[in-house]
Design a protein around this ligand. Structure first.
Ligand code: ZN
Ligand code: ZN
Length: 201
């Protein structure tokens, strides 16, 4: 697929040019505008391609009901990869802004910033409670579906692991040397399915 890729078993697709997810319901508007400016026929072809995948999250209503997993044991090459994530050590929350992680600790974990009151001596180096330099990605840049998830930045998830869900592709999978990949997939799937009922039957 030239313009889009299916992001494994996540039920999301990505625009390969923009490196973020798009909803099938937005394919026409996304590819009609800049930078793509594709013809109606090409946009229809892309839309047809997505209909081969039975369980895609189709529109914003679907997306609002979907819980984004907190981590994957690989990264998606067709999504932007960040290595400057700040991860909460008490839950799975990840952001890329110091203000936001501080706010999260205050709001959710009743954290009091030791630098918040008075002048801090130059020698004072209290360690922040969050982890820095976390590899992370997100499906969408804005809500819903914009939360960051932790990834393994050394292991790309390859396209060949994802096929349309037909009886024949299930057969092919059994014959290939993909036992390791399958276990990764089920790992991601089991986590992903916790908050979702409509995707995996
Ligand atoms: Zn795009
Ligand atoms: Zn937290």
């Amino acid at each position: 697929m030239e313009y889009i890729s299916i992001l494994g078993d996540t039920s999301f697709i990505a625009c390969r040019g923009c490196h973020y997810s798009i909803l099938p319901s937005s394919i026409h508007s996304h590819f009609q505008g800049k930078p793509h400016q594709l013809s109606f026929e090409t946009r229809e072809e892309i839309l047809q391609e997505t209909t081969k995948y039975a369980s895609l999250i189709w529109d914003k209503d679907d997306l609002k009901k979907t819980r984004i997993p907190s981590s994957f044991p690989f990264f998606f090459p067709d999504l932007a990869l960040y290595n400057d994530g700040l991860a909460c050590q008490d839950c799975s929350y990840i952001v890329r802004s110091k203000n936001r992680i501080q706010q999260h600790y205050k709001d959710v974990h009743s954290w009091v910033n030791p630098r918040g009151k008075g002048r801090i001596p130059k020698t004072s180096k209290e360690k922040n409670p969050w982890t820095t330099g976390v590899s992370c990605q997100q499906f969408f840049h804005s809500p819903p579906g914009h939360s960051y998830f932790r990834v393994d930045s050394k292991r790309p998830f390859s396209d060949r692991q994802t096929r349309p869900r037909t009886a024949s592709s299930v057969e092919e999978e059994r014959n290939e040397d993909e036992s390791e990949i399958r276990s990764e997939r089920s790992e991601a799937r089991s986590e992903f399915s916790q908050g979702i009922t409509r995707i995996y039957f």
